[in-house]
Design a protein around this ligand. Structure first.
Ligand code: ADP
Length: 382
């Protein structure tokens, strides 16, 4: 059983650096969980503590129920794949893949050969077994590094940004391959990436970290549709969610600020339950629509800044003529046959069922306080 539990795990480095703070996370047996967050958010540290490459400052890490805090790396049934592949340059591909088995198991030569051949078959690198790493492309090295993890038949795979050094096309291809292999082997996997798209496309569940603090854990759909807080809302999704500063008046259910908008009674009631007035409104690009001038009270005026063709849709960047939008970027999808002029004033609208409303002070999404995978402790300086 490859269940992994992080029980209030923290890691501090010298100089008051809290790389990971009070992490509570359970990864289920056979699950593919991705740790995602910007650079420096504590992803690698989390993975390295589980692998035994970093000590744990506080809390417990359990593998299949057993506390592993003090077990040396080779006694933990985990296999890690690194971004830089970490292959031995003087050994052949075969020897690289067999090395760990020869050193830390008492498997027979025959058994080792069988496992290496099976893994090589799986990774489609059988014809490379006699080559040295320097003869291989980046993609091939990545396959060898993954093959070397597979031959160990571990309870857990750990991947630390394994595709970052590959070009975009190969990266997409390898995502699918890694997913296929993980599903075939049903090995519990923790995958680290800073790339939210990679996290969204590969994972059963995603855990989002920010400044060492877990922000939310959920399926890709949950974290996309029901972000716990402003950080998750902006980090997950590309292009990023549009962000507006608004003030809510519970007297007549209206927003003022970057523009005016009147909530439906249903949404207003949920906002009233929260009781605040100052919010950050998040609307995803696909949830904004073009509106006829003056067709509805809930339209707002924007200025077209740039049209970027994507093929099936165009991306339209815009600005708000009446608001202070310094440092913010606004974007929506429009039909490729729609050709407004740059500088043209047009109107947009949205349905309040599709919005996200974050408390200005805490950043919490007040419209989905019951969301699955909610993690209450979200402040990075807790
Ligand atoms: P990520 O993988 O999300 O980029 P890391 O886990 O590598 O983040 O780092 C988290 C924080 O811990 C960062 O602030 C980083 O500078 C710090 N850190 C990581 N390793 C060390 C170390 N060996 N010594 C001191 N600080 C470190």
């Amino acid at each position: 059983m490859g269940t992994i539990t992080f029980d209030t795990v923290s890691k501090s480095y010298e100089g008051d650096i809290d790389a990971v703070k009070d992490l509570d996370l359970e990864v289920k047996d056979g699950e593919f969980l991705t740790l995602v967050g910007p650079s420096g958010s504590g992803k690698s540290t989390t993975l390295r503590m589980l692998a035994g490459l970093e000590s744990v400052t506080d809390g417990e890490i359990r593998l299949a129920g057993e506390v592993v805090n003090y077990l040396p790396p080779r006694k933990r049934d985990v296999a890690m794949v690194f971004q830089n592949y970490a292959l031995y340059p003087h050994l052949s591909v075969y020897e690289n893949m067999a090395f760990g088995l020869k050193r830390s198991t008492d498997l027979s030569k025959e058994e080792i050969k069988k496992r290496v051949n099976q893994a090589a078959e799986m990774m489609d690198i059988k014809e490379l077994l006699d080559d040295r790493p320097k003869q291989l492309s980046g993609g091939q090295k990545q396959r060898v590094a993954t093959g070397r993890a597979i031959v160990r038949e571990p309870e857990v795979f750990l991947f630390d940004e394994p595709l970052s050094n590959l070009d975009a096309k190969l990266r997409k291809h390898m995502r699918t391959e890694l997913n296929r292999i993980q599903q075939d082997l049903e090995t519990t996997t923790i995958y680290v990436t800073h790339d939210q798209e990679e996290a969204m496309t590969m994972s059963d569940r995603i855990a989002i970290l920010h400044q060492g603090v877990l922000q939310q854990v959920g399926t890709p759909t949950e974290v996309y549709q029901e972000p716990n807080n402003l950080f998750v809302g902006q980090f997950i999704g590309s292009p990023s969610m549009n962000i507006f500063d608004v003030v809510y008046d519970p007297g007549d259910n209206t927003l003022t600020g970057d523009f005016e908008y009147q909530f439906s009674q249903e949404v207003a009631t949920r906002v009233d339950d929260h009781g605040g007035t100052h919010y950050t409104l998040g609307v995803r690009p696909e949830d904004l629509q073009l509106a006829e001038v003056g067709s509805d009270a809930n339209t707002f005026e924007v200025v077209v800044e740039l049209i970027e063709p994507l093929g099936r849709d165009n991306l339209m960047y815009f600005d708000l003529p009446e608001a202070d939008t310094e440092g913010r970027e606004y974007v929506t999808f429009v039909d490729p046959n729609y050709h407004p002029d740059v500088g043209e004033h047009i109107y947009l609208t949205f349905d309040d069922q599709q919005i996200h409303l974050f408390d200005e002070e805490t950043g919490l999404n007040v419209l989905n306080e019951e969301s699955p995978g909610r993690v209450e402790r979200i402040a990075a300086d807790d």
